[in-house]
Write a protein that binds this ligand. Structure first.
Ligand code: GLU
Length: 549
């Protein structure tokens, strides 16, 4: 019995790898083009850290004229979830990050290097496992569960590393005849890699993100084909990233310690290894302690959360780029109108230890993003969000012309309003502009410096009777508020007040505040002139009268 015969016995129907090598030729891409992938398990859940990895992978591929593909890693069938692929595909689509190749629905895919779902690649893995067997670089292992448990117990008692290696790798040295006999007799087995490595030797890995890292060589005879005939992650990684032409494996740094094994697998198979870029997990500051964002504890860990609260996907991407490359923020400040695709992203400038994720900062980024939207865009996006999440907002927005005016206040100018971070903020930010909400509710009036009923009523009355004219331009409008202040004995200018504070009870700004609070119930609003223009004469007068009563 030789290796070839044993391999034939194990995988009688597997094709020669030359078949696949021809079927999936090297990609014909421009010099320097990078091929990356997002390779999640189809659990349906997309963690913000997964989206972050996908964004980074896609950004570097796009930047170099390369390819970004989506591969579904479903070889661990215990973890399968119904419609798990759909969730991932839709998340990528929602974030405008649809892959160039790969799965596009539960069952469909695009691209020439598929199947892109690992469970459909069984034959391919078996062909490559056979290829390894033929060269004596893999072998069948007949260790039973009991033997395995016993081996581990002995290793623990002897305080040595657990695993299948060296003297512990009992079936590594079985003769080919003995192995063939057992197979004929129907003894169950799996296929292991025969590692040529030694633990006392070092290898050096140069990670694109982590930099130079030293490791002991791998000496573990890891499983490559499991009892169910499917590959392990390690073997699927070798076969898939080889055949799919991945140039850069961008993945979570939980895989960093597997690098010695992976490099060895590529070496033994005779394939060119990809470059590796290991991304540290996204961290959160939890009362002074830095910890990983957790799916269980942190709602913001789920990508679906952003849609639920209405953060635009562009805001999330901008923020993720912010924490991925510290130079992004500055670039954005200097290039306000450019698309994020124009940013010169640098994989090797990513944080080695783990970027800190901060919702407040994300909302700040989002406020800037939304501030550049037109009233139409804000209207359409808020309405789309509200239709799923907020019936009252839908009803408010049903008067489209009026809503566009409301949303257009302080928008489209050099210093647009920055008070909306997410669509769920919109209602609260505009509700006072709707008469049926404002006039029909019991209103609180948080007056400030001028707070006595008498002065307030006097101001409001004088304003309606003498100073308010809806046709005034902004300057005239403001001059009239000064005149009103003067008539009431307040300082017409803030400067005058500051120069002589004892001479006045208040100044023009305080009078404005009275008007603002009476009109809106708030101390803080966008430009009051614009607000009054949008409200119109009847509403302004009704509101001021309501405040007086
Ligand atoms: N399926 C693996 C995971 O979700 C993929 C890791 C990789 O990108 O290679 O962790």
């Amino acid at each position: 019995m030789n290796y070839k015969e044993l391999a034939d016995m194990i995988f009688p129907n597997a094709k020669e790898i030359s078949y696949y090598e021809e079927k999936y030729p090297r990609r014909n891409l421009p010099e320097g083009a990078v091929v990356t992938r997002f390779a999640p398990s189809p659990t349906g859940f997309v963690h913000i850290g997964g989206l972050y990895q996908a964004l980074v992978a896609r950004t570097v591929a796009k930047k170099t004229g390369g390819v970004f593909f989506l591969r579904v890693e479903d070889t661990d069938q215990k973890r399968e979830v119904e419609n798990g692929i759909t969730g991932i595909v839709n998340s990528l689509k929602d974030f405008d990050m649809a892959p160039d190749e790969g799965m596009i629905s539960e069952t469909e895919e695009i691209g020439e290097y598929g199947p892109y779902k690992q469970s459909l690649r069984k034959e391919i893995y078996q062909a490559y496992a056979k290829y390894m067997l033929e060269q004596g670089k893999a072998y069948p292992c007949f260790e039973t569960a009991e033997e395995g448990a016993e081996r581990i117990a002995k290793q623990e008692a002897a305080k040595v590393r657990t695993g299948y290696y060296g003297v512990w790798a009992k079936y590594r040295n079985l003769s080919l005849d003995e192995a063939a006999e057992k197979i004929k007799a129907g003894v169950p087995y799996i296929i292991r890699f025969k590692s040529p490595g030694r633990e006392d030797r070092k290898i050096q890995h140069k990670d694109v993100i982590k930099g130079k890292v030293d490791f002991p060589e791998n000496d573990q005879d890891i499983v490559i084909i499991k009892a169910d005939g499917l590959p392990t992650y390690h073997f699927a990684h070798l076969v898939d990233d080889h055949l799919m032409g991945t140039t850069h494996v961008i993945r979570s740094d939980e895989w960093l310690s597997s690098v010695p094994l992976h490099l060895q697998l590529f070496q033994e198979a005779g394939f060119k290894a990809p470059k590796y870029a290991h991304i540290a997990p996204i961290m959160k500051n939890d009362e002074g302690n830095k910890r990983k964002l957790s799916k269980r504890k942190d709602p913001e860990a789920a990508v679906s959360y952003y849609e639920e609260i209405g953060v635009p996907s562009l805001s999330v991407k901008e923020y993720l780029l912010n924490i991925a490359n510290s130079t992004f923020e500055n670039w954005r400040r200097q290039n306000k109108d450019k698309s994020i695709d124009e940013f010169d992203f640098q994989l090797n400038k990513m944080s080695v230890s783990g970027a800190l994720f901060d919702m407040t900062k994300l909302f700040d980024v989002s406020k800037i993003v939304i501030s550049s939207y037109s009233a139409d865009e804000v209207y359409n996006e808020s309405l789309k969000w509200a239709e799923k999440h907020d019936k009252e907002l839908v009803e408010m927005l049903s008067d489209k012309d009026y809503s566009l005016k409301v949303l257009g206040i302080e928008r489209g100018n050099a210093k647009p309003r920055k008070d909306i971070a997410k669509w769920s903020d919109v209602k609260e930010n505009i509700i006072y502009m709707y008469d049926d909400k404002f006039l029909n509710s019991k209103q609180e009036y948080p007056y400030q410096v001028i707070s006595d009923k008498e002065s307030i009523n006097k101001i409001l009355e004088l304003y309606i009777e003498k100073y308010y004219d809806e046709n005034d331009d902004k300057q005239t409008w403001f001059d009239k508020i000064k005149d009103l202040a003067g008539e009431m004995g307040y300082a017409r200018e803030v400067k005058e007040f500051k120069a002589n504070p004892d001479a006045y009870k208040a100044h023009v700004g305080d009078v404005s505040t009275v008007l603002r609070v009476a009109l809106t119930g708030r101390t803080n609003t966008p430009d009051m002139y614009e607000i009054m223009q949008v409200l119109g004469k009847t509403s302004v007068e009704n509101r001021l009268r309501k405040a007086m009563s």
